[in-house]
Structures are given as structure tokens and as C-alpha cells.
Write a protein that binds this ligand. Structure first.
Ligand SMILES: O=C(O)CCC(=O)c1ccccc1C(=O)O
Ligand SMILES: [Mg+2]
Length: 367
């Protein structure tokens, strides 16, 4: 196993209630084949986002430790590909575990000559064939009402029929005007989501949801802080008509899918493979949600192309998946490789494999 670092700037900062995301720094990870050196090299990506995952430094330390273990012991002493993943803790170093688990899964899928989606679906015990395409939402950061409306119009012109607008960075009244401007700009046929990133207290959240109800939002993501799982449950149990459905994001990362489902805290859950510790863990969480009647939505943490493509495969493995937050490649100013699944008509085509995307990342697989 090897890793090397990368840094990518966003085209412009993505404004959220929790500050701006300007730059993404992470690691590309490769693992060798178990059969011989000429076949599959698995590729992974660990792109930590503090607040959501471990720090860059903690991620690097975890990966360094694993590299040493791999070199010191070698496969003869039982350091199989799978045991690499087992050496990382998903709770304390989710991004590092994501990167390694992805590289291991990619190598296994390539060895079996099938797509990553097929591989992770089978490992998760899913019978249905993975989807050939995944619907996606456009992601619109904080900005004035006219900026938001202009971005929304551009997204709809580009084929999106589901938009997610960041809210909670300004006063509720201003966010209501932003959502109104977007709804007026795009008309009724487009699904709108809002993401408050935990910005509101209970009273403000109630006021915001009541004021946003006329605009027919598909859901508001994380209207309350991550720790207020009971508050989320109370917000959605209120029984208002029209009500605004609630999605949990940060709460899933902080307390786990089980706690969110058990508390009846959400209509939908946002699942970020990078924050949950790997494609396998994100897919398991999606199945847990799905079986409880909670709608799973897979998103990136504004990752580079390797992790973004992996998240597309995870989403493809979820039966009848709702639009996912995977159209984040355009937010980056540059990338590690050309995108093997660009967005057309509001959806991304799932690469057929083998592994992540056939030969699309061959440059990155070189030592
Ligand atoms: O869901 C999307 O559209 C894109 C992903 C996204 O919004 C996001 C990206 C990085 C960190 C947090 C979040 C979030 O959903 O809160
Ligand atoms: Mg969110």
C-alpha cells in the first residue's frame, strides 16, 4: 500500500452556515494485487474535511502507520488487503479508512472483472442489479437572492431537476427570500432542497420551516445542531400541513444511523462515504435507513474524482435511490483526472468498470 498527497482549490468558495470550503487536500492510495504484480492495482482516496472527519494530519499519520505495517510485515505475515482496512478505525479516522477500504474494494472488483457497484452490492447482500445511472442534485452555496436565482437557472438549463441550496448563513428572513427567488426562477417542476448545516436552534428552526413551507421543499437538511437528534424528531412530528420534511446529515456522522433511525429523527438521511469511513459503511447505512422507510441520499464532501466516482457506485447500489449530492466535480478548479461520469440531464452514468472506472484512472495507479 502507498499513498501520496494532493491539494485542489475550489473554483470559488462554497458558502455554508458552517463557514466556507475553499480547498481540498487529501491522499491518493494504491494497493497491489494479491495474485501477482501484473494485475489489478486498487485505487482509493482519503480527503479529510475537519468537522466531518479527522484532520489532515491525523489522516496522514494513520496512513503512514499502515504503510509501515505493510512494508515491515508484508503479505507473508498475513497482511492481506482486507487486514489493511481492519487496521483503521472508522470512528476516529473515517477518511483514512475510506481511502484504504476503497482501494481494497477497487482491487477486488478489478480482480473479479466487475464494477465497484456490483462488488459492493454483493458484499452488502443486495440482490438487485446496480442502477446504470444515478440522479443528482446541483449544489448552490450561500449568496444573495439574485445570485441564488441565477445559479439555479444555470443548473436547470444544464439539465438538473433537483437543486440543493445552502441556508443558515444569514437571517431566516433573508433565506426565505433566497428560496422564494429560486422557486420563482425555476418554477414548480424542479425539486428544491435546503441545507442549514446545523445553524438553527429549535425556535428558529420551527420559524424557518414554517416560513419555508409555501415553497414546497423536498426537505431541509440538518436544521438543528448534530447533537439535537430529539429536536429533529420533534420538528418533524409536529404534524403541520404543509410540513417540510427533515433530513439528517451531521447527526448521522455524529451519532450513527442507528440512533437517527431509532429516534424517528428524519425523513431522509444524508450519507457521506468519506465521513462514514468507507463505501462499505455508507452502503450498510443506506440499507439500514431504507429498511426503516427512511430515504437514503449519498453525497460527497467535495471530494476529488476518485472518491466522487466511488460515491456514484455506492449510490448505484442503493435500490431506487433518490437524487444524490454527487454533482460536486464542477465546484473544483482542477482535478486528479478527467471525470469518468459527467452530469447529463440531471444524472450521472455509472461507469461499467472493472472497478471504479476501467482504465480511466490508469495514470493514478502508477507507483
Ligand atoms: O449534498 C450536496 O449537494 C453536496 C455535498 C454537500 O453539500 C456538502 C459538502 C461538504 C461538506 C458538507 C456538505 C453537506 O451536505 O452538508
Ligand atoms: Mg448537509
Amino acid at each position: 500500500m502507498r499513498h501520496r498527497s494532493f491539494a485542489l482549490d475550489l473554483t470559488r468558495p462554497l458558502g455554508t452556515a458552517n463557514g466556507e470550503i475553499r480547498r481540498r487536500e487529501g491522499f491518493v492510495i494504491t494497493v497491489g494485487s494479491e495474485r501477482d504484480d501484473s494485475t489489478a492495482v486498487g485505487l482509493g482516496e482519503a480527503t479529510p474535511l475537519p468537522g466531518w472527519t479527522e484532520s489532515y494530519e491525523a489522516c496522514e499519520t494513520a496512513l503512514d502507520g499502515l504503510d509501515e505495517l505493510d512494508e515491515g510485515g508484508g503479505r507473508d505475515e498475513g497482511h492481506s488487503r482486507e487486514s489493511l482496512t481492519a487496521g483503521l478505525d472508522a470512528e476516529s479516522t473515517p477518511a483514512a479508512r475510506h481511502g484504504v477500504a476503497l482501494a481494497v474494494a477497487d482491487a477486488a472488483a478489478r480482480d473479479a472483472d466487475r464494477s465497484l457497484a456490483s462488488h459492493v452490492a454483493e458484499e452488502a447482500g443486495i440482490d438487485a442489479d446496480p442502477a446504470a445511472a444515478v440522479p443528482v442534485n446541483a449544489t448552490i452555496g450561500d449568496g444573495t437572492p439574485s445570485e441564488a436565482a441565477a445559479e439555479a437557472e444555470r443548473a436547470v438549463a444544464a439539465g438538473f431537476d433537483c437543486l440543493k441550496l445552502k441556508v443558515g448563513a444569514r437571517e431566516v428572513n433573508e433565506d426565505v427570500e433566497r428560496v422564494r427567488a429560486v422557486r420563482e426562477a425555476v418554477g414548480e417542476g424542479v425539486a428544491l432542497r435546503a441545507d442549514a448545516n446545523g445553524a438553527w436552534d429549535r425556535e428558529t428552526a420551527r420559524r424557518a420551516l414554517d416560513a419555508l413551507a409555501p415553497f414546497d421543499l423536498a426537505y431541509v437538511e440538518q436544521p438543528l445542531p448534530a447533537d439535537d437528534v430529539d429536536g429533529l424528531a420533534a420538528l418533524r412530528a409536529d404534524g403541520r400541513d404543509p410540513g417540510v420534511p427533515v433530513a439528517a446529515d451531521e447527526s448521522v456522522g455524529r451519532h450513527g444511523i442507528e440512533a437517527v433511525v431509532d429516534a424517528d429523527a428524519a425523513d431522509a438521511v444524508i450519507l457521506k462515504p468519506m465521513a462514514l469511513g468507507g463505501p462499505d459503511r455508507a452502503l450498510a447505512a443506506a440499507l439500514r435507513a431504507w429498511s426503516a422507510g427512511v430515504d437514503p441520499v449519498v453525497t460527497t464532501t467535495i471530494d476529488a474524482v476518485v472518491a466522487r466516482t466511488a460515491a456514484v457506485h455506492v449510490a448505484a447500489a442503493v435500490p431506487d435511490v433518490s437524487p444524490c449530492g454527487l454533482a460536486t466535480g464542477s465546484l473544483l478548479d482542477e482535478d486528479l483526472a478527467p471525470d469518468p461520469c459527467p452530469v447529463t440531464d440531471g444524472a450521472v452514468r455509472v461507469p461499467t468498470g472493472p472497478g471504479l472506472a476501467g482504465g480511466a484512472f490508469d495514470e493514478l495507479r502508477r507507483p
